[in-house]
Design a protein around this ligand. Sequence first.
Ligand code: ADP
Ligand code: G6P
Length: 470
Amino acid sequence: MNVLIVSNRLPVTTRVDAGGVTVVPSNGGLATGLRGVHERSGGLWIGWPGVPAELPTPIRRAIDQRLAAVGAVGVPLAAREIDAFYQRYSNGVLWPVLHDMLDHPAAEPSDWEAYRTVNERYADVVARRARPDEVVWIHDFHLMLVPRLLRERCPSLRIGFFLHTPFPSIEALATVRHHAALLDGLLGADVVGVHTRAYAARFLDAVRALLGRATSPSDVEDGARRVHVRACPMSVDVSAFEARATEPRVAAMASHMRRDGERLLLGVDRLDYTKGIPARLDAYARLLEREPSLRGRVRLHQLAVPSRESVPAYQALRAEVESTVARINARFGTREWTPIEYRYGCVDDVTLSALYRAADVMLVTPRRDGMNLVAKEFVASRVDGDGVLVLSEHAGAAAELRTALLVDPDDVDGLARSYSAALAMSAPERRVRMRRLRSAVRRHDVFQWAREFLLALGGGGAALVGRSAG
Ligand code: ADP
Ligand code: G6P
């Protein structure tokens, strides 16, 4: 049975410039994680091409062709819809609320209207494309109304929805004026998936408290239907990361990165205020302050992927992170030694794997994160059984990766102490902890995740059976 994937972000993002139309791989865990599932399932992926629809017809045709070549279908969004639906409502209002951050701007009625209109357009495109033998799998917070809208258009379709963010507290959700419509939209699905049991429990609580619906421990009543709620932790393509980590060019690049015997701390994130980067950097400065013997002997490599650059909060974060890096480098750096190597941009797969292999300590310290695939990619890449993972207790991944050094991402002192403990950890302890982390990640890779969800949805999982790493 085919799976039709629907998300706002496609696995590729279109670029249009003087040289014509090109596509580049998209950023973010949804696109990177689902890419392999899409390739193996062989179905279509419906989403936004990444550019405004107001383009000359030949260019629009060229975009459609590029997308078709990778099994994708574009949903056109006008420039003003990108501003209202994507930048302001999805990223400006919903994203902070879903991460329990309450200082979000109030929604303008016209932004909510745009959210609804775009969700309707998605439902129309999917209704036209979905075949009766397919299951439809809708992803993430941009499209919370689509399950119900699609159910109205195609009552007998099997519809799944997966939320890649945390599910917030009732108090946070209730600050959004249209919370009831959003929750009701989700209940058009047959199965609603989230990463952890805690998020599933919060979802059921919200449905009871804010919609007054009856629930059982894993179901919600929706008229004559029952909606199944399932905790399914997303993961990564473990075999692909393992295979890449053992390539000779990756090993060569990794040993070059570990130059002069410096110990390497690594951060890899989209530049997002949920990722806890400022406190992570402050804690590194605190470490250097407290342990002067480390100066010249450690280095923090921070990769920051450009993200949502038109949203003011992201512009402010970039300025804050870059001035913090400059301040720390000016304070502690010498002619021979730069404490923080900061890179704003993407790196290719080989470089990313080499960084994961080279790192002594991986810093994954989000203030809130639905799952955090970087943590799992790091573990999957450590075929050598070494390396220490410092992991926020507020990342969904912490529910599975219990032998990481778990930290409070807002506690700068505590973070500095964890970095110190990670650097001082004995080789036998590192190996024991990493062995347990690796067995957790290998047990449940991204194909297992998709298979579990699709089997719960009643189809499509079989295509992915037997392909997992572990
Ligand atoms: P989010 O979905 O919030 O961005 P995740 O940690 O779940 O967070 O996923 C991030 C994805 O982006 C991972 O697959 C990671 O490998 C990728 N990524 C992060 N930084 C970079 C970078 N500098 N270059 C290339 N890929 C990156
Ligand atoms: C997170 C979200 C995804 C989103 C990604 C990148 O992972 O859960 O839905 O695609 O960030 O953000 P962007 O706004 O570029 O799609």
